[in-house]
Write a protein that binds this ligand. Sequence first.
Ligand SMILES: Cc1cc2nc3c(=O)[nH]c(=O)nc-3n(C[C@H](O)[C@H](O)[C@H](O)COP(=O)(O)O)c2cc1C
Length: 143
Amino acid sequence: MIATGGLMDGRDIRASLAAGASAAALGTAFLVSTESGAPRAHKQAILSTVKDSTVITRAFSGRPARGLPNAFIQKLMSHEDAILPYPLQNALTRAMRAAAARQANPEFLSLWAGQGVARARSMPAAELVNCLVAEMAAIMPSK
Ligand SMILES: Cc1cc2nc3c(=O)[nH]c(=O)nc-3n(C[C@H](O)[C@H](O)[C@H](O)COP(=O)(O)O)c2cc1C
């Protein structure tokens, strides 16, 4: 079983393994890494988030997904019935998302993020991996 969702540091990984998982997968933690191709506005939105304010929305793709709230999600809240099923809604919002990324406008971009978003740390991916390993080792020597 692979644990996932809201895992951001070595302590989280240790806790998942202690609870019986055989591995842990981290998404948001690496989204803000130097190598990540996420739009600058997406990275900035994550790094300026101080508490878990994520919401689940169908607004961008037509399928439920977790991300930071913004103007587009807000606007579609009162028009849930008008949201098309995936992949139609995804295709419909593609040009808008691309334009928002070009303009570094977080309000019309899909700001996907997990529940540990407030604890995201920006650094090169290799450095983050070393950091996670060191944090795990600090809690308990590996078996
Ligand atoms: C940018 C981004 C896109 C994602 N897209 C999908 C997706 O299309 N389908 C899916 O099942 N999960 C998707 N996920 C969720 C990840 O597969 C993973 O379960 C999650 O990111 C782990 O939680 P964490 O981000 O809190 O570490 C996505 C996550 C991110 C950050």
